[in-house]
Design a binder for this molecule. Structure first.
Ligand code: AMP
Ligand code: MG
Length: 337
């Protein structure tokens, strides 16, 4: 007889991860591995090979760490989109194999919605505006009429992608975001009150939308003009994060909601967390951020959303278990509380 645990499989981009929630939806830490190319960006085919190679080791690890047998699993959930096609296919194939072999239902879920739901579960917030800042995505999202609606988003590249590309151009390998954060802090410790003079960059807000590629080009130009690299990292963070926080604040004002939830890998950044807290304090709202292991891509968030969806009556048949690279956040009906 099958058990009542839900296994989640994350494979949208650089990270392959298995995570679990128990029968009451309570999350357990994931077993994950991230491809870190020594040079260049993430190549979908190379990432997919990485995922396939590590899948059995990671699955064994997550089961062992929770003292579980495969027979304890009752559902398998996987990221159906959005993401890189070759990567998504590895997760979907693993889900089909596990579902067929163990004769348990499978459910394909929306990766962006999973970031929101693990954040709500971890932070105990009820009806937040989500500022979703990851490698490939930058969106401001709110729940309205049974869907998570995108109120604003990047018009070009994701904020994390922008930070990674800027870093790569200056010899810092993927992921560049954490190194930029460290460099910005170094500049701050040398200049407790740094000035933007000579370090101004374009401001990336267009109504409710954002754009980051012009900002990145201008930052590269500052470095080539001989401005200190640490100073440019600081200014780049200030401009990019202020733009995100401005749009999130306007989303609070438009919807009347009173909670901000940060999600995605860039939400690991302390400066972004601080800016969000400052803005929220100023307008009697609250800012929430899940622990870092649930900000980055992880299988547990997929398990959590799978558990929510299966308990509200949805499953994915074998024939519907294809992937959707372009899946939109507002495609998924939200039928749970
Ligand atoms: P995700 O796509 O959600 O898995 O997140 C990965 C992205 O998060 C990459 O672009 C990283 O550079 C970025 N990231 C991770 N940690 C930090 C940090 N501390 N500051 C800024 N960006 C970060
Ligand atoms: Mg993500």
């Amino acid at each position: 007889m099958a058990g009542d645990w839900t296994l989640g499989i994350e494979s949208t981009a650089h990270t392959f991860s298995f995570g679990l929630v128990d029968g009451s939806g309570s999350p357990k830490p994931s077993a994950s591995d991230t491809l870190r190319p020594t040079e260049g960006g993430i190549h979908p085919r190379e990432a997919a090979d990485h995922h396939v190679e590590l899948s059995s080791v990671l699955l064994k690890r997550v089961l062992d760490e929770n003292n579980l047998q495969p027979s304890d699993l009752g559902t398998v959930a996987y990221s159906q989109g959005p993401g890189m096609g070759a990567c998504l296919r590895t997760g979907a194939a693993a889900a089909r194999a596990i579902s067929t072999h163990l004769e348990i239902p499978m459910i394909g879920v929306n990766h962006c919605v999973a970031h929101i739901e693990i954040g709500r579960e971890q932070c105990g917030c009820d009806d937040p505006i989500l500022l979703y800042v990851s490698g490939g995505n930058t969106q401001v999202i709110a729940r309205l009429d049974g869907r998570y609606r995108v109120l604003g988003e990047t018009l070009d590249i994701g904020i994390g992608n922008m930070l990674d590309k800027f870093a790569r151009k200056h010899g810092i390998p993927f992921p560049g975001g954490p190194v930029i954060e460290k460099k910005a802090l170094e500049w701050l410790s040398q200049n407790p009150e740094p000035s933007l003079q000579g370090l101004e960059l374009p401001y990336a807000v267009h109504g409710m939308d954002l754009a980051f590629s012009g900002l990145m080009s201008a930052a590269n130009k500052l470095v080539s003009q001989g401005k200190p690299f640490e100073a440019v990292c600081w200014s780049l963070q200030e401009h990019a994060f202020a733009a995100c926080i401005e749009v999130a604040e306007r989303a609070l004002a438009h919807t009347g909601k009173t909670e901000i939830l940060l999600g995605g890998g860039v939400a690991c950044n302390q400066r972004l967390r601080d800016m969000s807290s400052i803005m929220c304090t100023e307008r009697d709202a609250s800012s929430h951020c899940p622990p870092r292991m649930y900000c980055i891509d992880n299988g547990t968030m997929i398990a959590r959303l799978g558990w929510l969806e299966i308990n509200s009556g949805r499953i994915t048949s074998l024939i519907e278990s294809g992937i959707d690279q372009e899946m939109r956040t507002d495609q998924t009906p939200i039928s749970w509380a």
